[in-house]
Write a protein that binds this ligand. Structure first.
Ligand SMILES: Cc1cc2nc3c(=O)[nH]c(=O)nc-3n(C[C@H](O)[C@H](O)[C@H](O)COP(=O)(O)OP(=O)(O)OC[C@H]3O[C@@H](n4cnc5c(N)ncnc54)[C@H](O)[C@@H]3O)c2cc1C
Ligand SMILES: NC(=O)c1ccc[n+]([C@@H]2O[C@H](COP(=O)([O-])OP(=O)(O)OC[C@H]3O[C@@H](n4cnc5c(N)ncnc54)[C@H](O)[C@@H]3O)[C@@H](O)[C@H]2O)c1
Length: 473
């Protein structure tokens, strides 16, 4: 790495999807960039999160579709083949393709642990222990992502439970599995692993519902489906103590209600922590703790002179790949505009979509696709709210997809402006309905205008027509 320069216009810490998009954007804007990565270029998303989890969930989805269609039947599930396809999807944990992309940008990749070392300086400790100091002319962007949060429960950490990393890259499926958590990772991974062979799966959900950030009916429909699949979903119960006498051996989970569960593995899916430890924040006057707080221009608000930016999971705004990549585009363009002395207040230079409620698809069966505010959020923010709901199964297009299509849609309307504040769809395959809702919410399309957006017959998109009719159009 010694033949490369030590000074770049922009230095990015972390080559996940967000860091990669920052370098792509700033180089396209005419600046030079270096990116520092301590593990695999491509980040959590490519190897241990979005990609492998969806590769594991897709067969379950297809199987459910086949099950709803009279005349079709499914043979036994070949879990090994599913795991092999997952391995291909994650490039067998080899990041050569991503490295090739970074080089093609072109940007300089430095392998190693990156740390801030005072204003505009980054120290990289390479795999051989050697340290190199890089200097940024314009900006440093922290895109270090997040790490799994493991509750401080007696015996849990010592038992070396699975987190998303081990669950998404599993080589064998544990027959008896205890899942801790009721959020997105818990629901998706419990369902995928149950389908692939975790016959005795128990989910310990601390609260009273699943998927707490979505409309309550979404968690209800997903809970019903998990239970139909044979998963023992226990609400109001969590882990109190864990024992694993032999590493990798059977594990005993004592729950808060006094139950004792014997399992082959535990999956902890209790949220994420921003990756801010050991990145030298103290050298620029920040104390490591929670997410790095940024403004809509992605600049870290507490750092004077505005040379430090943070995008993606590490700023805690929206822990989703597409939202992090959106922030990366805005962040990159802000850096370029400032470096070139262009106006900084162009409409594209503020990540305003972060506050609208991010679009998200949860790839359970049924899928949950939502954008904007839930009814509860909209009311709490003081909007004059009216909601309309409709059973998606009553739409002809849904009936044609198979027998017993169960799903529901809900629209949250701002009555003053007659625009959509939020939309939620739950049902098989509804993920592909989401972008229309994202456009309507983001562009504040008036309902009277939306009425003229005619959905094709017989598609599930006719749910739009039904919702507008329910509203009274
Ligand atoms: C199981 C699971 C499934 C998910 N599925 C989806 C999904 O379907 N859709 C979706 O939108 N989101 C999904 N997410 C969320 C998504 O993975 C994250 O929002 C996304 O990865 C964030 O990207 P990032 O670049 O900010 O961080 P990361 O992907 O975490 O990348 C950060 C990178 O920085 C590196 N790094 C950290 N510290 C340093 C350092 N000091 N020096 C050098 N390098 C460093 C890390 O090694 C890593 O490569 C999922 C998450 C999980 C856990
Ligand atoms: N399809 C997708 O878009 C997708 C898929 C997976 C993950 N993600 C994103 O990744 C992030 C992380 O997902 P996640 O499921 O880990 O987090 P989450 O915040 O969605 O859910 C965390 C769950 O853990 C529970 N919990 C927290 N602390 C606990 C404790 N001490 N004991 C017991 N239960 C506890 C919470 O009540 C909640 O049910 C989310 O922001 C999510 O949006 C997205």
């Amino acid at each position: 790495m010694s033949d490369r320069p030590d000074t770049y216009d922009v230095i990015v810490l972390g080559a996940g999807p967000v860091g990669e998009n920052v370098v792509g954007r700033v180089v396209a804007g005419g600046l030079t960039a270096a990116i520092v990565e301590k593990r695999l270029a491509g980040g959590e998303c490519s190897y241990y999160a979005c990609i492998p989890s969806k590769a594991l969930l897709r067969p379950m989805d297809l199987a459910a579709e086949v099950g709803r269609m009279p005349g079709l039947s499914l043979g036994p599930v070949d879990a090994a083949a599913v795991l092999a396809r997952r391995d291909e999807a994650i490039g067998h944990l080899d990041d050569a393709e991503q490295v090739g992309w970074i080089e093609s940008v072109p940007a300089a990749l430095f392998r190693g642990h990156g740390r801030l070392a005072g204003p505009r300086r980054v120290e990289v400790t390479g795999p051989d222990g050697g340290v190199r100091t890089l200097t940024a002319r314009h900006a440093v962007v922290v895109a270090t992502g997040s790490t799994p949060s493991v509750p401080d429960v007696p015996g849990l950490r010592a038992a070396r439970p699975w987190t998303n990393r081990e669950a998404t890259t599993a080589r064998e499926i544990p027959r008896r599995l205890v899942v801790i958590g009721g959020g997105v990772v818990a629901c998706e991974m419990a369902q995928a692993l149950r389908f692939l062979g975790a016959a005795a799966t128990v989910m310990l959900v601390r609260g009273r519902r699943l998927l707490g950030r979505t409309e309550p009916f979404a968690g209800g429909l997903v809970a019903a489906s998990l239970r139909d699949a044979g998963i023992d979903v226990r609400f109001g119960e969590s882990v109190a103590r864990v024992e694993r006498p032999a590493p990798g051996g059977p594990v005993t989970v004592h729950t808060t209600s006094g139950a004792r569960l014997e399992a082959d593995e535990i999956l902890v899916a209790t949220g994420r922590e921003p990756a801010v430890r050991d990145i030298g924040l103290e050298t620029v006057g920040l104390s490591p703790g929670g997410p790095l707080e940024v403004g809509d221009d992605l600049r870290v608000t507490a750092v004077p002179e505005g040379w430090l930016y943070a995008a993606g999971d590490v700023n805690g705004r929206n822990l989703l790949t597409h939202m992090g990549k959106y922030q990366a585009r805005v962040c990159g363009d802000v850096i370029v505009a400032r470096a070139k002395g262009r106006p900084e207040d162009a409409p594209g230079l503020r990540a305003v979509a972060d506050a609208l409620g991010p679009p998200q698809v949860i790839f359970t069966d049924p899928q949950v696709a939502a954008v904007g505010r839930t009814e509860e959020q909209a009311r709490a923010e003081g909007f004059p709210v009216r909601v309309v709901e409709y059973d998606i199964g009553n739409v002809s297009g849904a009936y044609l997809l198979g027998d017993g299509y169960t799903g529901r849609a809900k629209a949250v309307v701002d009555e003053e402006h007659r625009i959509l504040l939020g939309v939620t769809f739950v049902g098989p395959g509804v993920g592909e309905l989401l972008h229309a809702a994202t456009v309507a919410v983001t562009a504040r399309v008036p309902l009277d205008r939306l009425w003229h957006a005619v959905p094709a017959f017989p598609t599930v998109s006719e749910i739009w027509l039904r919702l507008l009719e329910e509203y009274g159009l």
